[in-house]
Design a protein around this ligand. Structure first.
Ligand code: FAD
Ligand code: DHB
Length: 390
């Protein structure tokens, strides 16, 4: 096998990169170790920034998103039952977010990739990357038990946090930063109409809860649980009862219904300070993880790809390396901003210290400030919808 760009991973990063390159006539091949069915049904994020929606539309992968995605103009924050609404649309000159499940994004991208004739191999696991210090790289992969090699000019490591690309970067070529949080998220999908039109992020003395949605008939909710918690300890009734207490406020009640998906996800922040070595470029979760509070993970992956595609297109047009060399620096500005915002939102809404303690009362002071200061509400709004020129 031979191509100009070898892309490892068919997540949002790898798929959008393939479409951007194909549009500019640059041949690429995608290797994905899971089956098509597996990646299309993997339930994850749901919050798309305007930047992300715009790119999917631009790529011709946004028809179903335009029809079924749910546009939001504001968000509700709750602190032990007291609610504040942040009208982010008004505060940011008309920017909004769209709720549309990540697996729907992936389905739409795969359909578009296939319709453009881009070569994508499912159940093809990349096992080693060679030659990134030269102009001819090779990705070794296995498919149906047989060993193959894909030769390419450039390797795009879009293979997520557990992939092989980051591990291929030479030791000493980057520094890494890790933070593990002492709590996890239990996420559910349920067949019940959302009890709120807008998302609700809630601090409660029993822990964090988030009310989100997927469609007029499907609700998506999350609960803070202990890292040691097992899913068996959370029968449906217990989940609904806890959500109802944590999200509750005077005159509002949470509707419950049959739960059809239940997963516990640990929370971490992970960063590296260099996303490129030679002809290997990392993008998305392969290079960085943010805790999910604030919904930045998927949007950051797509933002990296905008820079990478632009740099590669420039390289093939002009034979100039300058944009490729700036790739990491260009991406890291937005990623550090999102690291800070995700960390801020996580600390603002999760239970970390005893309710009523000094730390907790500082948390409440931060929350109250959002309600009393347009400047603070705007700061949160512009980060939440996604910064434009960064
Ligand atoms: P991925 O989507 O992880 O794609 C990487 C792909 O590479 C995968 O398909 C994988 O199978 C493939 N791959 C890995 N190794 C190899 C290999 N050796 N060879 C070939 N292919 C390989 N973000 C939010 O904003 N909000 C959320 O609520 C949220 N919830 C999440 C829940 C979970 C359980 C997880 C894991 C993530 C969640 N995220 C959330 C983060 C968000 O889903 C990611 O940021 C996003 O998927 C990143 O896209 P990506 O393309 O970089 O990586
Ligand atoms: C969703 C997930 C998030 O992490 C978030 O901040 C908002 C919404 C969701 O899955 O709908």
């Amino acid at each position: 096998h031979h191509s100009r760009i070898g892309i490892i991973g068919a997540g949002p990063a790898g798929l959008t990169l393939a479409l951007l390159l194909q549009r500019s006539g640059i041949p690429c091949v995608i290797l994905e170790n899971r089956s098509r069915d597996y990646v299309e049904s993997r339930v994850r994020a749901g919050l798309l920034e305007q930047n992300t929606v715009d790119l999917l539309q631009e790529l011709g992968a946004g028809a179903r998103l335009a029809a079924e995605g749910l546009e939001h103009h504001g968000v509700i924050f709750s602190f032990n039952g007291n609610r504040i609404r942040v009208p982010f649309d008004e505060l940011t000159g008309g920017r909004r977010i769209t709720i549309y499940g990540q697996q729907e994004v992936v389905k739409d991208l795969i359909a578009t990739v296939l319709s453009r004739g881009i070569d994508i191999h499912f159940e093809a696991e990349a096992t080693a990357i060679e030659g990134i210090d030269s102009t001819q790289s090779a990705i070794h992969f296995t498919q149906n038990g047989a060993a193959h090699t894909l030769r390419c000019d450039v390797v795009a490591g879009c293979d997520g946090f557990h992939g092989i690309s980051r591990k291929t970067m030479p030791p000493g070529s980057y520094r890494e930063f890790r933070h593990e949080y002492p709590f996890s998220w239990l996420g559910i999908l349920a067949n019940i109409a959302p009890s709120s039109d807008e998302l609700i992020y809630a601090y409660h003395e029993r822990g964090f809860a988030l009310h989100s949605l997927r469609s007029p008939s499907v609700s998506r909710l999350y609960l803070q649980v202990d890292n040691e918690d097992k899913i068996d300890a959370w029968p449906d009734e217990r989940i609904w009862e806890e959500l109802s207490i944590r999200l509750g406020t005077e005159g509002w009640s949470l509707q419950s219904g049959p739960i059809f998906e239940k997963t516990i996800t640990p929370m971490r922040s992970f960063m590296i300070d260099n996303m490129q070595h030679g002809r290997l470029f990392l993008a998305g979760d392969a290079a960085h993880i943010v805790p999910p509070t604030g919904g930045k993970g998927l949007n950051l992956a797509v933002a990296d790809i905008r820079w990478l595609a632009q740099a590669l297109i420039h390289f093939y047009d002009t034979q100039q390396n300058d944009l490729l060399e700036q790739y990491s620096t260009n991406c890291l500005r937005r990623i550090w901003r999102a690291q800070d915002f995700s960390n801020f939102m996580t600390r603002l809404f999760h239970k970390q210290a005893e309710h009523g303690s000094y730390e907790n009362l500082l948390q409440k002071a931060k929350f109250d400030y959002i309600g009393s200061s347009q400047a603070q509400a705007t700061t949160i709004a512009e980060n939440y919808v996604g910064l434009k020129d960064i």
